[in-house]
Design a protein around this ligand. Structure first.
Ligand SMILES: Nc1nc2c(ncn2[C@@H]2O[C@H](COP(=O)(O)OP(=O)(O)O)[C@@H](O)[C@H]2O)c(=O)[nH]1
Ligand SMILES: [Mg+2]
Length: 214
């Protein structure tokens, strides 16, 4: 396979997919990155991550989205999975109450393993199965507000709100990162000039790597 160094983006953001097994994480990922959906569950077959590059407020953002490859069934997600993640899509299944109850467990897991500033979006997936609904949007909204999360109902099957969910997370991350960069710039311009000091405003989230600005 051709090996190409990819510097054609302004920012690289790692986003993790979490939530119980069977809620549709892998299909959300394939819908977003390849516009594909699979009705048969092949939950043990999974990619480590998939990427998609998109434009947010005039910047080229490369989203690197990590999938669990089924480890969540054994509660065996390693801390490496969360390392460097700046966003998380926490998915439950609107037809399975237990997967919604477990959102709190996933939030604890995020608090234990991920960066405290991680942007979290809760997604109630399978909204196409409204006749089987076991979680009301109101219940979910209450939880989201209490926990400070964004919330959307999605359908990987019908490609409903998948774009919106990722777009919302990525925009929020971009706003946080650009505010931080601005604050660092201001601090640098207010500080007395000290010769030979390098002020590094690069964020750990993977701001433009190894490429000069154009
Ligand atoms: N009706 C419906 N089924 C879905 C949707 N998303 C995923 N599924 C199905 O739910 C099952 C589990 O999906 P999968 O992506 O493997 O879930 P994961 O274990 O969280 O990765 C599969 O049979 C999918 O076809 C959806 O939005 N609507
Ligand atoms: Mg999966």
């Amino acid at each position: 396979m051709a090996h190409r160094v990819d510097h054609e983006y302004d920012y690289l953001f790692k986003i993790v997919l979490i939530g119980d097994s069977g809620v549709g994480k892998s299909n959300i990922l394939s819908r977003f990155t390849r516009n594909e959906f699979c009705l048969e569950s092949k939950s043990t077959i999974g990619v480590e991550f998939a990427t998609r590059t998109l434009q947010i407020e005039g910047k080229t953002i490369k989203a690197q989205i990590w999938d669990t490859a089924g480890q969540e069934r054994y509660r065996a997600i390693t801390s490496a999975y969360y390392r460097g993640a700046v966003g998380a899509l926490l998915v439950y299944d609107i037809t399975k109450r237990q997967t919604f109850e477990n959102v709190l467990r996933w939030l604890r897991e995020l608090r234990d393993h991920a960066d405290s500033n991680i942007v979290i979006m809760m997604a109630g997936n399978k909204s196409d199965l409204n006749h089987l609904r076991a979680v009301s949007p109101d219940d979910a909204q209450v939880l989201a507000e209490k926990e400070g999360l964004s919330f959307l109902e999605t359908s990987a099957l019908e490609a409903l709100n998948i774009e919106n969910a990722f777009h919302t997370i990525l925009t929020e991350i971009y706003h946080i990162i650009s505010k931080k960069a601005l604050a660092a710039q201001e601090a640098a311009s207010n500080a007395p000039p000290i010769q030979g000091t390098t002020i590094n405003v690069t964020d750990s989230a993977g701001q433009r790597r190894g490429c000069c600005s154009t």
